[in-house]
Design a protein around this ligand. Structure first.
Ligand SMILES: [Zn+2]
Length: 301
């Protein structure tokens, strides 16, 4: 009996050892940022759970380098919330609308047609130049220069087309994220580490950063830059989000902020909106919460 108990303890220790080993490859590595100073988050190990655990804290705050954000965030809770947010949406939810293969294919075709024209002119001009027509010679050289530039343009466009063709897109990434995150709880050791590294790189292709704000909570940020996100409703649950637009005159692209909490409490939702209003998305539709005046007097920003 004693031995069996001892073995169970040992097994559990090894398992938690494996989990603790995760800190080297936590999913938020390089993604998590402090909302107050914009700096990176530092990982700290407070010892064995349930009392301890692995936490993220603002690196600048930790070094006493002038940031007031002293909140510590449990890494496992944050990871779970991030995965839950990403996997609760339809896989097509975070597909970008441009940057697609068809557009690029057409672009390559157009450049090829232009190059064909230039080459045809080249044949005519070379015959004229051979007849020692000086003007024709100048035009021939000019045309040859254009061909050179056009060829370079074609090469770049074809390379971009290749990249887009080989890119599975965010829908495929989300399918893989869903599969990997489901398996994550069943595997241990080396395979688990590999899965986490893969997951981390997949998430990074979709999510720009995760900000940890002591008042607003933790939220993920999707960049609206070259990409236009076609965000559709979650398959289940409610998620709060906000479209963050830079003040008038500031040339920064807008961003999509998603609170990392499924079915957030009203208070958490309002804290996240930060007096600026926001939206709540469910499978039934989207509800908007306009900016209430009494909430817009936050002073600690
Ligand atoms: Zn900070």
């Amino acid at each position: 009996m004693f031995w069996r108990a001892q073995a169970a303890v040992e097994e559990r220790r090894q398992q938690s050892g494996g989990r603790r080993g995760d800190k080297g490859a936590h999913l938020l590595r390089g993604l998590a940022r402090c909302s107050a100073c914009g700096g990176p988050m530092h990982i700290i190990d407070k010892g064995k759970p349930p009392k301890g655990g692995i936490y993220l804290v603002c690196s600048a705050n930790r070094r006493n380098a002038g940031c007031g954000n002293a909140q510590a965030w449990r890494v496992d809770k944050l990871e779970e919330a991030l995965l839950l947010c990403l996997t609760s949406f339809k896989t097509k939810s975070f597909e970008s609308l441009n940057g697609n293969v068809v557009d690029q294919d057409q672009k390559v075709d157009a450049i090829r047609a232009e190059l064909d024209d230039l080459n045809r002119r080249n044949k005519v001009l070379i015959r004229l130049a051979e007849s020692e027509d000086q003007q024709a010679e100048a035009r021939f050289l000019e045309n040859a220069q254009e061909i050179k530039i056009k060829k370079r343009e074609l090469k770049a466009a074809e390379a971009e087309l290749g990249t887009r063709r080989s890119d599975p897109g965010n829908a495929a990434r989300l399918v893989e994220i869903l599969r990997l995150s489901t398996d994550l709880f069943k595997i241990e050791g080396e395979a688990r580490l590999e899965s986490r590294i893969r997951l981390s790189s997949l998430i990074r292709r979709i999510v720009d950063r995760v900000e940890c704000d002591p008042v607003r909570g933790a939220y993920m940020i999707l960049q609206i830059d070259m990409k236009v996100w076609h965000v559709t409703s979650p398959t289940e649950g409610a998620f709060a989000y906000q479209i963050e637009v830079a003040p008038w005159g500031v040339d920064v692209p807008p961003r999509l902020l998603f609170l990392l909490a499924k079915n957030p409490a009203d208070s958490a939702r309002d804290a996240f909106y930060d007096g600026k209003g926001g939206l709540l998305m469910t499978a039934e539709g989207t509800k908007s919460f306009p900016s209430p005046r009494h909430l817009s007097t936050r002073t600690n920003g």
